[in-house]
Design a binder for this molecule. Structure first.
Ligand code: SAJ
Length: 465
């Protein structure tokens, strides 16, 4: 049975079901189709399946559109909402469903549990289950295996095999990254590890690192928590620099000239599907063992305070700009959680825009990738957003914003307008030479130095609503 599975994987005659067609599952399904496997992509949402059929939901990944169309056209990739039927005909299941945290910052494994129950209830001998979603430590060995064994009456390691192989790709260029990025392969037992290595070796050109399931789970969370802590450190450096008149971007550049230093960059906060929540999975796992992770928790708090700091920067900018007729116009450039992605998932822009909503200001949003505006008015172009603005706030470092002609911005914004650059995409000197006031995150400035204190924009009153 096991030898037969290995043979089918090696010969690419194994049939593969990919469950969850989001920014990880869809590229994974396409990649296995391109490698020569017959793949069924399954998503519980009919509209997701329909959108993929119409190539609408390819998450703005230009490189995936063509191979996806080809895979659909050749029939190597089928799409379905019927997991039981797809799994009945498959040898391998690759699970790419979301593993969010609840409002109490505890793991919410309902999607994973539901998929495992569906897989277990129709599981037959000789199959491999690979979990790619980020997981709390111990989930594969316990939760996944227990549900599969209970629902099927079969024995893991004898009748079927299970591995955790966390993906590492950044949304926006999934296909290439899956093939080129080193992958951890964490089997619940050596046979599971070997089968999963055999499978991934057919699509991953980079190194495959065999390990245990729990090591793979913790390593994945550690990678993202490392980013969270590192970003929090950069954010704290930025707050210090603003007060002592230094420039955090120069300091990061200088410190990173050390061969073993890699400080990340400050920003308006941390968003996306992974970095805000993966540290919580670690914190929760530690708490269950009676252990606190104060550094990890402090980093979460530091990152979550950044949107408040951005609001302080905007308030200081509007004070500094002085009185004006009517309500100030604040133009927000970017709601996506990071450059080049169409997602505002957990984006810091939400807290900033909702914080501005309480002010007596007109707020307009422009983002070339992301339609989310968090309730603010939407501008169709950057020019429309900047026109008549008293404050221009850069929240996402989209390339279009980096390339923007500063003199055009100056001509569009109001005379005493101020740029609040939370991504440091502009050169402060170039902005100053044009006579535009500038507040950059992590940059000591005259605004802060002079401690310009004017009455903050009055809170919105009913008459203005
Ligand atoms: N951010 C900063 N400063 C930085 C880097 C990021 O403020 O120096 C902010 C970003 O603006 C964003 C958030 O942090 O709001 C997260 O950034 P990210 O690039 O880590 O965002 P993701 O979620 O796209 O990261 C994904 C993750 N991949 C998966 O888990 C599926 C992460 O594990 C990868 O390390 C990352 O891609 C990558 O760079 O590959």
């Amino acid at each position: 049975m096991y030898a037969s599975l290995l043979r089918k994987i090696k010969a690419k005659s194994a049939e593969v079901t990919v469950i969850g067609l989001g920014h990880v599952g869809l590229p994974t399904a396409v990649l296995f189709s391109e490698a020569g496997y017959r793949v069924t992509g399954v998503d519980v949402k009919e509209d997701v399946v329909q959108a993929i059929w119409s190539l609408a939901a390819v998450f703005d990944e230009p490189e995936i559109r063509q191979p996806l169309a080809a895979a659909l056209q050749t029939g190597r990739l089928q799409l379905s909402t019927d997991l039981a039927e797809a799994w009945r005909l498959s040898d391998v299941a690759i699970v790419c469903v979301q593993t969010p945290v609840t409002e109490y910052r505890e793991p919410d494994l309902k999607y994973l549990r539901s998929v495992c129950e569906d897989l277990g209830s129709t599981l037959s001998r000789g199959k491999l289950v690979v979990i790619e979603s980020s997981l709390p430590p111990g989930t594969t060995d316990r939760t996944v295996v227990e549900i599969l064994e209970t629902c099927s009456g079969l024995k893991c390691g004898t009748d079927f095999w299970v591995a955790h192989c966390p993906e590492r790709m950044a949304p926006g260029n999934g296909l290439g990254q899956i093939a080129r990025t080193t992958r951890l392969v964490g089997g619940v037992d050596p046979l599971s590890t070997r089968a999963a290595v055999g499978l991934l070796s057919r699509v991953v050109d980079a190194e495959l690192v065999p390990t245990s399931a729990v090591n793979a789970e913790v390593a994945k969370l550690a990678e993202n928590t490392y980013r969270s802590v590192n970003i929090a450190f950069a954010n704290e450096l930025a707050l210090l620099c603003e007060r002592i008149g230094a420039d955090v971007m120069e300091i990061v550049r200088l410190a990173n000239s050390h061969p073993r230093v890699n400080i990340h960059f400050p920003g308006p906060g941390v968003g996306g599907p992974c970095i805000p929540k993966d540290p919580d999975l670690l914190i929760h796992a530690a708490k269950k063992e009676g252990l606190n992770l104060p550094v990890v928790a402090a980093a979460q708090s530091a990152n979550e305070l950044m949107p408040e700091h951005v609001l302080d920067m905007v308030q200081g900018a509007l004070r500094y700009a002085g009185e004006r007729d009517g309500r100030p116009k604040v133009a927000i450039l970017g709601t996506a959680y990071k450059a080049g992605v169409p997602s505002a998932q957990s984006s810091p822009a939400e807290k900033v825009i909702k914080g501005l909503a309480d002010w007596d200001a007109d707020v307009v949003v422009y983002d070339p990738y992301c339609t989310e505006t968090f309730g603010a008015d939407r501008a169709e172009t950057l020019e429309e957003a900047a026109r008549g603005a008293d404050c221009l706030v850069i929240l996402t470092e989209h390339e279009e914003f980096r390339r923007t002609d500063l003199s055009l911005l100056k001509s569009l914004m109001n005379r005493d307008a101020i740029i609040v650059d939370t991504r440091r995409i502009f050169d402060p000197g170039a902005v100053a030479r044009l006579g535009i006031e500038y507040a950059g995150i992590g940059l000591g400035s005259r605004m802060r130095a002079q401690g310009a204190r004017r009455i903050a924009p009055s809170p919105r009153t009913d008459r203005d609503a």
